[in-house]
Design a protein around this ligand. Structure first.
Ligand code: SAM
Length: 248
């Protein structure tokens, strides 16, 4: 397995993240914030959600990739991994996390670490994607083959492209209670932009990675993705986001 963050930090991935706002992505978490709460945004990226996540709270953005973190901001940013948070036990009121869990090799270990830093009665709010329920139309043979390669690549990096399907069970297994769950669909990219995104990740992976047992499948998926980018088809892409809240 190739440990690491599958989407990488190329400009198209960063631009997609930068369009996200708290008013959209964190609306489900708003009832959890009280004035002066200490709040973590785990896997905060460039902070486009973090900066307006909870204006009356002390918000701290946490990300494993230091170059992403804003250096001038009213929000605090900390370079750390979700598996070893540099915060005292029971010192945090709310942990929020958007689009991180689908990339984690060991979600159970991250949830245990979140439980450690949350105070008893503290809250967790997670939004994670589920590619198995994404609406992608039309689904030609090339689209299907390209997506299979995309999922394979995500798994190579230790992630789970269908994370939203099982995240509630993982929260319960970690000991969280009062779990609420709902599904939202969003047009994260156009159908054509999705084709380009998938194709470029497959091409980059094949250029960079050593041969693996899945090399042939990835090569064939990259060819299909390239055909998808060239096809005249007009289509739709709506990503499936599973939004959960829970109590420590
Ligand atoms: C898809 S981005 C999401 C960024 C932001 N939350 C958003 O929704 O736009 C995932 C982020 O998680 C970070 N990340 C990946 N693995 C991590 C880990 N183990 N601990 C902390 N952050 C991690 C990546 O560096 C990346 O910035």
């Amino acid at each position: 397995m190739l440990e690491g963050y599958a989407p990488g930090y190329a400009q198209d991935a960063l631009s997609m993240m930068n369009t996200r706002t708290a008013s959209d992505r964190a609306a489900f978490a708003q009832p959890l914030f009280s004035p002066d709460s200490r709040v973590l945004d785990l896997g905060c990226g460039q902070g486009s959600i973090t900066k307006t996540l909870a204006p009356s709270c002390h918000v701290i953005g946490v990300d494993i990739h230091r170059p992403l973190l804003p250096t001038t901001s009213t929000v605090d940013y900390v370079n750390a991994t979700a598996y070893a948070l540099p915060f005292k036990t029971a010192s945090i009121d709310v942990v929020f996390s958007h689009a991180l869990f689908e990339h984690l090799t060991n979600p159970a270990a991250a949830l245990a670490e979140i439980r450690r830093v949350l105070r008893p009665g503290g809250h967790l709010a997670i939004s994670t994607s589920d590619w198995s329920r994404a609406k992608i139309r039309p689904r030609t043979a090339n689209v299907d083959a390209a997506l299979r390669g995309h999922y394979l690549l995500r798994r190579h990096h230790g992630g789970d492209p269908f994370s939203g399907r099982t995240i509630a069970t993982k929260l319960a297994a970690a000991g969280f209670t009062n779990i609420t769950e709902r599904t939202r669909y969003r047009e994260d990219l156009t159908y054509r932009a999705l084709a380009t995104y998938v194709e470029s990740r497959l091409a980059a992976a094949l250029a960079q990675q050593p041969l693996t047992k899945d090399h042939d499948q990835l090569t064939s998926a990259a060819r299909s993705a390239w055909s998808w980018t060239k096809s005249p088809a007009i289509g739709d892409f709506h990503q499936c986001w599973q939004e959960l809240t829970a109590t420590r």
